[in-house]
Design a binder for this molecule. Structure first.
Ligand code: JFZ
Length: 435
């Protein structure tokens, strides 16, 4: 309500209408690609490996020394993203390990100083932009390599059962003020050297004892720099400014099941999801989400007014592995026929709600006034009943081939007559014209 909004603090003077306009392309896009790539692709056992195994800088150095992505071809990545139907892509320019995929003036710990010898961010930007895909930068606020970044509760060199005094002693000589300047310098590079950047994904805050938050990053100063350099940029919610209406643009439910997404209805949000659990390339994770599970995440996101950003962790040689390519191809096959139920769509008005037990998910395009029924369970007898839909529908067809779906009424319900044979899509879609 107006009251609740008015009571909240704000940093900038953007109106909800202005924000809506700024967010429009992102809301319409609905589907993006996350790319987690860094030195952790070499150990290939999770991007948090340095923390999980408490690896020292000295012992982590071998991954820098052996980083040689000879198969890196971002044009190929961009084609894969495009084929899958993704409209934007967010690359880890630096993850928690601190290694930079770009040619920063402020560190030697960067791709140009490895066998790659190149600014990988620049090549990513050029390749994806050429395919018409919007550009996003993930940038880690956490940095387990920077000498001024203080040891805390999730630092690889954390002190087991340490007291505040133990941490103070271990952090003697480290100066987070210098680290704040480093953050600002690097974000300034990223937001000035690569043209228009559409999305910034800062990650992440964990305030509290032995944690870090807005005062550690100088978030208030940082967000002003960000908005000044890229006024249109769309910002995630992890810099610990969530008590300001404009301290972030969207919420980021991470690795949650489709059933939880209804909680975010009415907000700006994007769920981030992996294929197999880890974000960085993980050689030995063998349980991957199947096509139906991935489609469920995408469709259920749109059916609740949100986005899905699906992650790929390229290998140390710079390629998507075959499992990722196969999954992306399968999504592309579905999207090629059914994307009209995704782009520019959101949840329908309450009048079109179905019983809670229904396995259908409905999306709606407000411009064309078309409803999309996603059939997660195909009726064996070909009979599909839509309670309370009588008189609301002008025409019905399958989306993938525009073949008519005949309908009749019974009481207040609408009955759709489907073929007994399920169409060759894991989740077939019926398009309903409201006028
Ligand atoms: C963070 C990273 O640590 C992780 O490696 C990956 O990049 C992911 C996208 O983001 O992980 C988080 C951050 C915040 C929460 C959970 C995982 N959280 O607030 O629940």
């Amino acid at each position: 309500s107006i009251h609740a909004v008015a009571q909240q603090k704000s940093i900038f003077n953007e109106t909800p209408q202005q924000k809506k306009k700024r967010m429009q392309w992102w809301e319409d896009a609905r589907f993006g690609m996350f790319i987690h790539w860094g030195l952790y692709a070499l150990p290939a056992r999770h991007e948090w490996v340095k923390n999980y195994e408490q690896i020292t800088d000295a012992n982590y150095q071998k991954y820098f020394d052996n980083f040689d992505p000879d198969k890196f071809d971002p044009k190929k990545w961009a084609r894969e993203a495009k084929t899958a139907g993704m409209k934007y892509a967010v690359l880890t320019t630096k993850h928690h390990e601190g290694f930079c995929l770009f040619d920063s003036k402020y560190t030697d710990y960067k791709s140009t100083n490895t066998a790659a010898k190149r600014d990988l961010v620049k090549e990513f930007v050029d390749a994806f932009r050429a395919e018409g895909i919007r550009i996003g930068f993930y940038y880690s606020l956490i940095d387990w390599h920077h000498p001024d970044f203080t040891i805390d509760g999730v630092h690889p060199q954390r002190i087991d059962k340490g007291t505040e005094a133990d941490y103070a002693a271990a952090n003697k000589g480290k100066d987070m003020k210098r680290y704040q300047q480093y953050l600002k310098n690097q974000l300034t590079e990223l937001l000035t050297k690569y043209g228009k950047i559409d999305i910034l994904w800062l990650d992440f805050s964990y305030p509290g004892t032995f944690g870090k938050g807005r005062n550690d990053w100088a978030s208030m100063d940082l967000i002003k720099t960000i908005r000044k350099l890229q006024p249109q940029i769309i910002l995630d919610n992890r810099m610990d400014l969530n008590d300001y209406t404009d301290g972030y643009d969207f919420e980021t439910p991470e690795q949650v099941g489709p059933e939880e997404l209804v909680k975010y209805k009415g907000k700006y949000w994007e769920t981030c999801q992996t294929f197999s659990g880890s974000w960085g390339y993980h050689r030995d994770e063998h349980s991957w989400k199947n096509q139906r599970q991935l489609l469920d995440l995408l469709i259920t996101s749109v059916a609740n007014g949100g986005n899905l950003i699906l992650n790929v962790g390229p290998t140390a040689r710079g390629q998507f592995d075959y499992r990722a390519n196969r999954a992306l191809d399968s999504l592309g096959y579905w999207m090629d026929a059914n994307q009209r139920s995704i782009y520019n769509c959101t949840y329908p008005a309450d009048a079109y709600a179905l019983p809670a037990a229904s396995s259908m998910r409905i999306t709606y395009n407000p411009q064309t006034k078309r409803l999309y029924l996603h059939l997660f369970d195909y009726p064996a007898d070909g009979k599909l009943v839509l309670p309370g839909y009588k008189g609301k529908i002008k025409y019905a067809q399958f989306l993938h081939d525009a073949s008519e779906v005949q309908h009749t009424t019974s009481g207040n319900d609408l009955e759709l007559k489907l073929p007994k044979q399920k169409p060759p899509y894991v989740v077939p879609v019926i398009e309903l014209m409201l006028n």
